[in-house]
Design a protein around this ligand. Sequence first.
Ligand code: ADP
Ligand code: MG
Length: 679
Amino acid sequence: MELQDRITTLTGVGPKKAEAFARLGVETVEDLIFTFPRIYEDRKNIVNIEDLKEGETALFAGAVDAIRPGGFSRGRKSRVLRMLVTDNTGSIEVVFFNAAYLAKTIHRGDRLAFFGKPVINRGRLQVVHPQFEKEKTVQTGILPIYPLTSGITQREMRRLQRLIEPLYPQVESILSEETVQRNNLCDMEYAIRNVHFPSERQHYLEAKYRLVFDEFMTLETGLMASRMNERYEGEGPMFDDDGSEREFIDSLPYPLTNAQERCVREITADLISSKPMNRLIQGDVGSGKTAVAQIAMFKAVRSGYQAVMMAPTEILARQHYEGISRDFDAFGIKTGFLSGSMKASEKRQVLEDLANGSVQVLIGTHAVIQPDVVFDNLGLVITDEQHRFGVSQRIKLKDKGDMPNVLVMTATPIPRTLAVVLYGDMDVSVIDEMPPGRIPIITRCLTGDGARDKCYDFVERQIRQGRQAYVVTPLIDESEAMDARSVTQVYEELAKRFSRTEMIHGAMKQAEKDDIMARFSAGEIDVLVSTVVIEVGINVPNAAVMVIENAERFGLAQLHQLRGRVGRGQWQSYCFLIIEGSSEVAEKRGKIMEESSDGFYIAEEDLKLRGPGEIFGTRQHGLPDMRLADMVKHMNVLNAARDEAKALLEADPHLEKPENAPLKRRVEKLFGEDLTLNL
Ligand code: ADP
Ligand code: MG
């Protein structure tokens, strides 16, 4: 048996089981070793029955004294089996519902061990549905509980772990002896053994610390390696230091805010130096990031380079294109658009004009990172709503040019510590000021049908005053879930009441969506019923009401983004969160939304309510999933691992030394094909 053997080499694992294991990401014996328990059950001691306490799950054993099969429990059509279990300190009642079959397997006088949580029923302790087995075979200790999938049982997982235990010593350490010493870590074999079969809590904690360290080391090494590929040794395009950006700034219908001015200064300093820019602009929704990006693009073109901006949705990309091309036309700058849904002939023309340099600015969806997109002289790449893209997409965009200046923009504030993980040594500019004259949005949570009616009465009054409204629903059609108001249902309802109502959702044809968005922009539609397709970036200043149906289904960050669609003009704007049912989390979110409009504060509260996994999972940032490590909880370990990874890569940038081979292998496995590693 070898670590790299397929798991089918293990007794009892056939092709069917292997399929089930594949769902858990387990293909080799080594993968199985790295399948760690989710939690543990403390079955260290067999507890005397007289010492059992209400609510404290425990292992106890004794003889089955009296057994009372039959009978139906009150109100239920199930058979109940009651038995009295006695050891030499006392007795306790054990109850199974719906388990007539057990009467055949359990007999009076049997000696059994039980594991369960005592509860009080009619003044006496009893245990309902405990796990049980023969007292003779019971294993004491801390029992691992593994993640499972259908076709694999807990018992089987434990058996297999025991079976492969002899291989534990062969698992390679990805850390050098010095790193282990410096960070007071336990050795690998100890870590593996004690994460699967800890004899004591303390041993488990030591094991976990080591494994979390390993995960962060792997993550950081991978990120740094890919970033080395991002970081430029040589020189990038140098834009002209001639103040040309002023020409564009002066053409804007408004003066820049101080925060925008500062941001432009920071960007300009990067652009006119030969060191390529690598900068993140963080600014709350509505803070005016687009204008800043446009200024940078203008400067690129005036310096003889092309610029590209990638946006996460077609609607947003198109909106950017329309605004930006209009502004740039006045300067004779040619702007092109690219998206997946374009006709092949249109696309061909744009690609040709890009390659020969006649299109100077390209705006588009992720279509702009496809292999057939070739630039003539790309000097600046911009990613809007960066949090919607993965690390690998950001890198692909950058690779379209020869060490181009990179600007990424996001409205989703992330705690600084996490920003360092995600963006590494990227410079950060913050737009911490809203354009003047914005009136704070009034936010209200509504529950119950009466409140809904009043809400739409309000919408009607707003429409009469010339405003427009968004109504957002979580789902596309009713079949997806019974209890959420679907976009079609809400649309049909509202269309009866408001004559100029339209609906928009992700499953519609692009041309249809574009048409509706254009009409909404032009004020030809009063009520736009939508799924979250309008979540990011859309800008229609006359829209003053945002109604969110089933608001309990959205996370805080998303609610904040959605609310950011209103309050963009000179009108007092409103956001109504219609909450169905009662949930504590939903109420908390609602309260936070009512009280705050500060994206940074909201993001931190979101983190507290949801935990980092959901927000900073693979989907959000293109980072691989961690097994044990948690970027927020284990921040100090992360920092220590980063220092080690940095030192290691400085000494061995491509991990060529034989002693770094295990780490290299692990990094490649973690990132898979997602990342171009410069190893
Ligand atoms: P975001 O940062 O969310 O991307 P946008 O760039 O879409 O925000 O800007 C939101 C709105 O604010 C737009 O209508 C834009 O024209 C306007 N805007 C941007 N900067 C200013 C400013 N300095 N003064 C007034 N309005 C501005
Ligand atoms: Mg924007």
